[in-house]
Design a binder for this molecule. Structure first.
Ligand code: HEC
Length: 497
């Protein structure tokens, strides 16, 4: 409505002026004059965000228009409605969604130049400045205003809230003892946060558009997977200094984006999934050279799950109808899984069912949870739900698995509770009717469940994991995910790692 009011009734004189302005001010010139100071001459970012189609994938064009015209509250993004005509703003919108003519360079020089060590390593005390159990903390990512909250997981009280880099991406990852947490942002910034001292200690920009990061099981190395440029970046976990940049090029000589990186602690390696090559890369992290082992796959694989021993890797095929099981020792495909509706394997979980290990995964496009016997790789049940789900969680101490309806149209506000002993859907909660509910995480002991109300003025809801009743509500700004230190560092079977 607002926009219409501002621009709908533009006068003939206004239009004429606008056209004149548009004629002598090319979009490139406008960009250089009004935007480059903050967003970078090459649109790679600076004080402002990177303005590239890859980075703007989640921002709709009308929202980009509105952002440029009206600015963003509580940020440095100014409004340009009084400086630029409607057509000029539209031209800028079209301009920023155009890919750069070639993949921009972000190599060792650029990465090294971005390195910031805010606090010398080892200079802060090895003891928490708070009294809460440091292993039962949650790191809550609040995407709504780009903050993170450190939450006491016993009292459910925030300990500290701080500004993060713009648009964190992929889950944050903990150091093996849980003292440090590493964040990756959409625009490639990696930040190391000292939880004991509540301080960001080091940062580096590892790429221009980043998928996620992984921390090695020995706590020494961080691996970052990028979309732009096509690279893997190894950093020292100590101070985030660059160890090595690995250009990602498939056997066929074509470069590829990285869809995700993982750490496989029992194997002493990192695993990287490539988006544009039928390959998976394994990189042992124990030595100095970080050589790549290539594993050829039958298909492009997008999203992965590992068994608890990291012997098998289950990848979702691009067509969204099946999963491939690959034995990481032999590098061979050992089974094909029947997964009907684009499984979200990254959030799959495992447990024991009738004496056998099973895995369960929500499907993004079908309202079912697939349960698969991991000894035969057969689907033993498709549990019907009210909508395609995104996240699934449980805990060793709980008989229930929780999954959302995030990807449905009408049931984004539900939480499904599945009994792991019977594979039956036993209850459907609607925590706040009409508000999107997503991403569940259990406390360290499995007694409580934290649910996100995924809205700008959202909340964390805390449920008793046994009675399934709400016990507390904390307001939060679009809390996209929450990560329990203990469950993550112990690689609980009920959560992704
Ligand atoms: C003084 C610095 C500054 C200037 C000048 C500036 N921006 Fe921004 N811009 C920002 C910041 C900071 C943000 C991030 C805002 C936030 O936190 O939501 C931003 C956000 C944006 C976004 C939203 C990006 C996203 O991913 O949500 C767009 C689009 C944008 N700016 C376009 C422009 C254009 C086009 C111009 C020039 C006409 C411009 N900006 C000028 C600082 C600036």
């Amino acid at each position: 409505m607002m926009k219409k009011f501002l621009y709908g009734g533009i006068s003939a004189v206004g239009l004429l002026l606008a056209f004149e302005a548009a004629a002598d001010q090319s979009v490139e010139k406008n960009y250089a004059d009004f935007c480059a100071a903050c967003h970078g001459a090459e649109r790679l970012g600076g004080a402002g965000t990177a303005l590239l189609p890859e980075n703007l994938a989640r921002l709709r064009r009308p929202d980009a228009f509105k952002t440029i015209a009206e600015g963003r509250n509580a940020s440095q993004m100014p409004s340009f409605a009084d400086k630029l005509a409607k057509e000029e703003i539209q031209a800028l919108v079209d301009f920023i969604y155009k890919p750069l003519p070639e993949v921009p360079a972000w190599g060792a020089n650029e990465i090294n130049a971005s390195h910031q060590q805010h606090v010398p390593s080892g200079s802060l005390p090895d003891k928490p400045v708070f009294s809460a159990d440091p292993l039962n903390l949650f790191v809550v990512v609040e995407l709504g205003d780009h903050h993170a909250t450190i939450l006491d997981g016993d009292k459910f009280e925030p300990i500290y809230r701080f500004k993060t880099r713009f648009a964190l991406h992929g889950g944050p990852k903990f150091s093996p003892g849980g003292r440090f947490v590493y964040f990756a942002s959409r625009d490639g910034w990696i930040s190391k946060f000292d939880i004991y001292n509540l301080k960001v200690v080091a940062e580096i920009r590892a790429g221009i558009n980043t998928r996620n990061l992984a921390v090695s099981g020995d706590g020494k190395t961080v691996l970052v997977g990028n979309y732009l440029p096509h690279s893997l970046v190894l950093l020292s976990a100590e101070d985030l200094s660059l160890i090595k940049m690995i250009p990602v090029v498939g056997q066929d000589g074509k470069s590829s984006r990285v869809s995700a990186v993982y750490q496989a602690e029992p194997r002493g390696s990192f695993v990287a999934a490539l988006k544009d090559a039928k390959e998976v890369w394994e990189i042992p992290y124990g030595g100095e050279d970080f050589n790549v082992r290539r594993i050829a796959t039958d298909d492009y694989l997008d999203d992965f799950f590992f068994d608890q021993a990291y012997r098998h890797m289950i990848g979702a095929a691009r067509d969204g109808k099946k999963g491939l099981v690959i034995d990481l020792n032999s590098g061979r495909k050992v089974a094909v899984l029947d997964l009907p509706g684009m499984p979200h394997l990254g959030s799959g979980i495992t447990w024991e069912y009738q004496g056998k290990p099973v895995m369960a995964t929500p499907n993004l496009k079908e309202p079912v949870v697939s349960v698969i016997d991991m000894t035969t790789w057969n689907t033993i049940k498709q549990i019907k739900t009210l909508g395609g789900g995104f996240f699934m969680r449980s805990h060793e101490n709980s008989p229930y698995a929780w999954t959302d309806g995030f990807n449905s149209t009408d049931n984004r506000d539900v939480m499904h509770i599945i009994d792991k002993r019977t594979l039956e859907l036993v209850k459907v909660l609607r925590p706040i009717p009409g508000k999107t509910a997503a991403h569940v995480e259990f406390t360290r002991d499995g007694k409580y469940v934290l649910i996100s109300i995924w809205e700008d003025d959202g909340a964390l809801l805390i449920y008793d994991a046994t009675t399934l009743e709400e016990v507390k509500r904390l307001p939060m700004k679009k809390p996209s995910g929450k990560y329990n230190v203990y469950n993550k560092i112990m690689r609980s079977a009920g959560t992704s790692h």
